[in-house]
Design a protein around this ligand. Structure first.
Ligand code: HEM
Length: 507
């Protein structure tokens, strides 16, 4: 009896849901999609997705059903797209700016920071933050990039013995030092033995959240807490450590700023303790105002935390993949070295300037090509708050209903031969010759439109500096296993980033 009652109840719920969704089903009936069972939809397709199989499966589904698909999972409608024509309309839209709910995993750490916020809060913060990456401020950061890159080169010396090693940990700590010093004006000494508890917490928390990100059920804070209470406690501890650190840094810098304003210094923030004369991104936030009032410490903390997360994990991924690609392409490496020696010379004691970096045109193409094959942010997602009207050469003019989720595959577009001939070949020259697809939206490692990456220029300069210094000093050797890209919030490699290094003879 009980069993029959359960079956009847389930069938009733299923029919009710099906009936309630009929309008939404009709709206996307023009799009191909996998078979959907009653009630659960295509749950079978997502339930056992994990970082390792994600890319392979997405590729397989896209060959079977095309680049633009509708997928029902329970009562959720997801549109998955590596279709340039469709993605261009979503990315360029001024209306559909709300992030996909999967980003909520980062919520307790980053709060309402720029990456996660939406609506008025996002708009106001974006207006404040965009100028923080102004040319004149980036120019001051080049000195930090230069000094921290020297330290990274020095640390790599221990591995320059022609044996296989994983370059990831070296690059990760360098990126962390760079973002901490530029975002907060504070050294965390991640590359030195005496690294701070804060630096350790950032790396550990990033890894924990990356793991949760790719699991359908662990994305929910409630299910994560219920199934992994010890990890939940650890996550809370790490977040407390990070928030306490950033709050203290903000407090101290606010006091310095107020003190200097009291004594009427003309350019208060260019003269701070320790004899440094450099702005930090934080200083710009401390001087900003919203609706006529200064930002509260908590609001500033959310932005600083966002910089710390976005600014180290993505660049670490980008740099590691790029170094690996260089190690496997000796001709590219030789051409890079020629340019680096021509522009920077061989005097290691000369500080590299913004102007030098601007002249490294081939290095720029190498970075672009690596970001094409291995974009650190392989997917971006939106949650539609209102209906989204689009037109498509194959599917016509149609509407994706409000409440739907859109997942756009940057990696899919970048590795599609329609957009880039011989997509698996590492050819930096294609960026110099603009041997490109007709739409600029086919190549979007930093996303595009109103929610594109604010740190794009920062990241490019930082990468150029580190790559140029490493390649000038060491020959990168094609040793060890190949990379195996996995999706863990950002793109990483399951096999690490294996290579060898050998010190170059002095020219
Ligand atoms: C190679 C390095 C980087 C890559 C590939 C990258 C890529 C991206 C992408 C694709 C987005 C859009 C995400 C989305 O729509 O879901 C984004 C957003 C963002 N990035 Fe980056 N990023 C990089 C470095 C940085 C750095 C160094 C910073 C800061 C110092 C930064 C700060 C941000 C912020 C604050 C946002 C949110 C912007 C908004 O929503 O208005 N990124 N980034």
């Amino acid at each position: 009896m009980l069993l029959i009652a359960i079956v009847v109840l389930l069938l009733t719920v299923a029919s009710l849901c099906h009936w309630r969704q009929r309008g939404r089903r009709a709206a996307v009936a023009n799009l191909p999609g996998p078979y959907c069972f009653p009630l659960i939809g295509a749950l079978h397709r997502v339930i056992n997705l994990n970082p390792k199989n994600f890319l392979k499966r997405s590729h397989k589904y896209s060959i079977e059903l095309g680049h633009l698909q509708r997928v029902w999972v329970l009562n959720r409608l997801m549109i998955t797209s590596s279709d340039v024509e469709f993605n261009e309309q979503v990315l360029a839209s001024q209306e559909h700016l709300v992030k996909h709910q999967v980003y909520k995993v980062l919520g307790q750490w980053l709060g309402n920071g720029l990456l996660l916020s939406d609506g008025k809060v996002w708009y106001q913060r974006r207006k404040i933050i965009t100028p923080t990456f102004h040319f004149s401020i980036l120019e001051q950061f080049v000195e930090v990039f230069d000094l921290q890159s020297n330290l990274c080169v020095q640390r790599l010396e221990q591995r320059a013995n022609g044996e296989t090693f994983d370059v990831y940990p070296f690059v990760c700590l360098a990126a962390l030092d760079i973002i901490a010093e530029t975002a907060m004006g504070t050294k965390v000494n991640a590359q030195l033995a005496e690294s701070t508890p804060y630096a350790n917490a950032v790396t550990e928390c990033t890894a924990l959240m990356a793991w949760r990100f790719m699991s359908f059920y662990l994305q929910s804070e409630l299910l994560f807490t219920l199934t992994h209470p010890h990890l939940k406690l650890r996550q809370m501890q790490l977040i407390r450590t990070m928030h306490a650190f950033t709050t203290e840094v903000i407090k101290q810098r606010r006091q310095i700023l107020e003190g200097m304003q009291r004594v009427g210094a003309e350019q208060p923030l260019q003269n701070e303790v320790g004899g440094k004369r450099r702005m930090a991104l934080l200083d710009v936030l401390l001087q900003a105002s919203v609706d006529g009032r200064p930002l509260r410490d908590e609001e500033i903390r959310e932005e600083v935390d966002t910089f710390m997360f976005e600014g180290h994990d993505t660049t670490t991924s980008a740099l590691s993949f790029c170094l690996w690609c260089i190690s496997r392409n000796p001709q590219v490496q030789a051409k890079m070295l020629e340019e680096i020696l021509h522009v920077l010379g061989s005097d290691r004691s000369r500080a590299v300037t913004m102007r030098d970096l601007g002249e490294l045109k081939y290095v720029e193409c190498v970075i672009k090509e690596s970001l094409r094959i291995y974009p650190p942010v392989p997917l971006v997602g939106r949650k539609l708050q209102t209906d989204f009207k689009y037109t498509h050469s194959k599917f016509g003019a149609a509407v994706i209903p409000a409440g739907s989720e859109i997942l756009m595959g940057i990696i899919g577009m970048h590795n599609d031969e329609k957009n880039f001939p011989d997509p698996h070949l590492f050819k930096p020259e294609r960026h110099a010759n603009s041997e490109r697809s007709t739409s600029s939206f086919a190549y979007v490692p930093f996303s595009a439109g109103p929610r594109n990456c604010v740190g794009q220029k920062f990241a490019q300069l930082e990468m150029k500096m580190l790559l140029a210094k490493i390649v000038r000093e060491y020959e990168l050797l094609p040793l060890g296993e190949p990379v195996q890209a996995v999706v863990n919030i950002v793109l990483r490699s399951d096999t690490g980033f294996q290579m060898g290094m050998r010190r170059r003879s002095q020219p």
